[in-house]
Design a protein around this ligand. Structure first.
Ligand code: UGY
Ligand code: MN
Length: 246
C-alpha cells in the first residue's frame, strides 16, 4: 500500500516543487465546469500566477483582463477561443496571449482538456503600446539549439519585443542534456513539465522531477537541470523580461 503521508512537493522561500499528488481544487469565477489548480501564486511569494485548468463536461473559461495579462497553453484536448473579438481553434500545443484590458472566452472544451495559464501584472513601457492578442502554435515555432549544445533546444513562443514584459518558452533536453552552467539571475520562473524526467538543482538542493510536476524559482534561485530516461525532457516556462529592475 502507498504511504499517503509522503510527497515530492516542497514549498520554500526561494523555490517550490509541486507534484500533482498535493493538488486541492479551487473555484474561479467565470471558469465554469472546470477543475482549477492554482500551482504558483503571490501567496507563496511569487510575482506570477501559474494555474492548471482541466475541463469537465460543459467546461467554459470566460473573463476579462485588467491589470494582468494572461497566457493560455493547451497541454492536451481542444476548444474554441475568442479574445478581443478574434476567434481561433485551440488544440494541443496551441496558445493564446491576452493583453491587459481585453475579454476572453474558451468554449466547447473537450472534456479532459488541460490548459496551463500564466498571469502577470503588466508593466507598461513608455513609448510602446501594450501587445496585441496573439494566437500561436508551438509546432510551428523553430527550436534552435541552446548555446550551441545540440542536446538542448529552445522555442520562444512570444515575440522578442520590448512591449512584452513576459516570455514563455519551451525547453527540450535530450536524455543526458543539461544546462551548461548553474544559472543565478534576477528573472523569476514558473514551469510545468510536459514530458520526460530528470533532476533539478534549486538553491543547492536536488529534486527528481517528471512530467506533470511544476516548479517555481524566485529571483536569484540558483538553478541547473539534467535530463534522464528514455525520452527527451520538455518543460514550458515563464520568465519576466524587458523591464528595468526598479
Ligand atoms: O531562460 C532561462 O533563464 C532558462 N535557461 N532557465 C531555466 O531553464 N531554468
Ligand atoms: Mn533561468
Amino acid at each position: 500500500m502507498e504511504i499517503s503521508a509522503l510527497t515530492r512537493s516542497v514549498v520554500k522561500g526561494s523555490h517550490a516543487v509541486i507534484s500533482p499528488d498535493g493538488y486541492v481544487n479551487s473555484n474561479v469565477p467565470g471558469w465554469t465546469n472546470c477543475t482549477v489548480n492554482v500551482i504558483i501564486s503571490e501567496a507563496m511569494g511569487a510575482q506570477l500566477t501559474q494555474t492548471l485548468i482541466t475541463a469537465r463536461e460543459g467546461g467554459r473559461i470566460t473573463g476579462a483582463t485588467h491589470t494582468s495579462q494572461v497566457f493560455f497553453y493547451v497541454i492536451n484536448g481542444g476548444c474554441h477561443a475568442t479574445a478581443d473579438g478574434k476567434k481561433n481553434l485551440l488544440s494541443t500545443g496551441r496558445f493564446l496571449y491576452v493583453p491587459i484590458g481585453k475579454t476572453y472566452q474558451l468554449e466547447n472544451m473537450v472534456p479532459g482538456t488541460q490548459i496551463l495559464c500564466f498571469h502577470k501584472v503588466y508593466e507598461k513601457l513608455e513609448g510602446y503600446a501594450p501587445p496585441p492578442v496573439i494566437f500561436g502554435d508551438a509546432a510551428q515555432i523553430e527550436g534552435p539549439t541552446y548555446l550551441g549544445d545540440p542536446a538542448l533546444r529552445l522555442q520562444v513562443l512570444l515575440p522578442d519585443h520590448p512591449a512584452f514584459d513576459m516570455a514563455v518558452n519551451i525547453f527540450t533536453y535530450d536524455s543526458g542534456g543539461h544546462l551548461p552552467f548553474v544559472e543565478t539571475h534576477i528573472m523569476e520562473h514558473g514551469l510545468l513539465y510536459l514530458q520526460g524526467q530528470g533532476v533539478y538543482m534549486l538553491d543547492q538542493e536536488w529534486y527528481p522531477i517528471k512530467k506533470g510536476d511544476s516548479i517555481w524559482m524566485a529571483p536569484y534561485c540558483q538553478q541547473w537541470f539534467t535530463a534522464m530516461g528514455k525520452e527527451p525532457a520538455v518543460y514550458i516556462y515563464y520568465k519576466n523580461v524587458n523591464r528595468f529592475p526598479f
